[in-house]
Write a protein that binds this ligand. Structure first.
Ligand SMILES: NC(=O)c1ccc[n+]([C@@H]2O[C@H](COP(=O)([O-])OP(=O)(O)OC[C@H]3O[C@@H](n4cnc5c(N)ncnc54)[C@H](OP(=O)(O)O)[C@@H]3O)[C@@H](O)[C@H]2O)c1
Length: 310
């Protein structure tokens, strides 16, 4: 396949690009700066793609780009950047793709389980309704921005990612230092559900979406076994061999992180990946402990390999 990727420098984009190229696919990257080679094409979130010619004959597009959600405190200006980069960016990209004579057949776009809002222990599937906070509205509008492509008979998949686990970026990488120092602990009550996915399965889900003809619309990209924050904390402590006795009360999280605390750390989403399971996706890492040991290089196999090359 000839696949165009936005956000290829990010956590998922880097791993996905390597995975697809290793599999013999041709990857074109849409970049926001000056292109550095024939495999890069320039775009910007307001005007879309500058030169459409290299995009003719694409098989598929994977759209991952967006201002990082949790890198800065949510001022009104930062929320606007988070939103515009996704909603306007998707709209501009979709407009450009619609101008192609020979356009893609598949458009796989990132979305997030933030779509559902905070829902306690309710089991959430792709059929569940949306929430009423900032992230829910963002995900709704982000998904809706690609509807002109679906109307043009392109197969559009919205991967609603849960928390993507990787040692190289995202939420887990941010938590590692305090947990390694023995300063980790549950957040708030610890009862909130966290729906997670190992980065390898996030890439696997994108590949599955690209290659599974019957799949379209919303697809929850989460492992089949979500955990409470209490279980997550205990399991991460166990994998790292560190105590987790310092809980962070909800009020302290709100002081430290502002509005983001309720939206990302204290909110509860118990999400089931029905569409992936029903279309026979096989998770490499369905359980949290195995996933954490894998992404943190702490399973027996990885450790034996490291020991034999030391
Ligand atoms: N990581 C998670 O746990 C998680 C969970 C749910 C949903 N998601 C969503 O899945 C997608 C991929 O996640 P990720 O973790 O790989 O994201 P990431 O590491 O933050 O990468 C996103 C990429 O988007 C581009 N970008 C950054 N700021 C931008 C802006 N202001 N306007 C347009 N593009 C911008 C950058 O790529 P270039 O510099 O190459 O343009 C960046 O590398 C994101 O949209 C994210 O919101 C992620």
């Amino acid at each position: 396949m000839k696949v165009l990727i936005t956000g290829s420098s990010g956590l998922v984009g880097r791993e996905l690009t390597a995975f697809l190229e290793t599999g013999g696919h041709e990857v074109l990257r849409l970049v926001r700066g000056e292109p550095r080679g024939a495999d890069e094409v320039r775009w910007d979130v307001e005007r879309g793609v500058h030169d459409l010619a290299p995009l003719e004959g694409l098989d598929a597009v994977v759209h991952l780009a967006g201002e990082a959600i949790a890198d800065r405190r949510w001022s009104e200006a930062q929320k606007r950047r988070i939103r515009d980069s996704r909603v306007l960016g998707t709209g501009a990209l979709v407009d450009s793709l619609r101008k192609l004579t020979n356009g893609p057949r598949v458009f796989v776009s990132a979305s997030a389980i933030g779509f559902y809002g905070s829902r306690g222990d309710e089991v959430l599937t792709e059929e569940s309704g949306t929430g009423d906070d900032f992230l829910s509205g963002l995900c709704r509008d982000w998904e809706a921005a690609s509807s002109p492509l679906a109307d043009a008979e392109v197969r559009v998949v919205h991967l609603r990612f849960g928390v993507i686990l990787s040692a190289r970026g995202g939420a887990l990488a941010k938590m590692l230092l305090p947990f390694k120092l023995g300063a980790g602990g549950r957040l708030g009550s610890g009862d909130q559900f966290m729906s997670w996915i190992a980065v390898d399965d996030a890439v696997g889900a994108v590949h599955h979406a690209l290659t599974t003809d019957g799949l379209s619309g919303a697809v929850n990209a989460v492992a089949p076994n979500p955990v409470t924050n209490r279980e997550y904390t205990k399991t991460l402590g166990k994998v790292l061999g560190r105590p987790t006795i310092f809980p962070m009360p909800a009020f302290a999280a709100r002081v430290a992180f502002g509005e983001m605390a309720d939206a990302l750390l204290l909110s509860s989403a118990r999400v089931r990946p029905n569409a992936l399971l029903d279309s026979s996706y096989r998770f490499d890492w369905p359980d949290l402990e195995g996933a954490l040991r894998h992404v943190l290089g702490r399973n027996a196999q990885t450790q034996a390999r490291a020991a034999s090359t030391a």
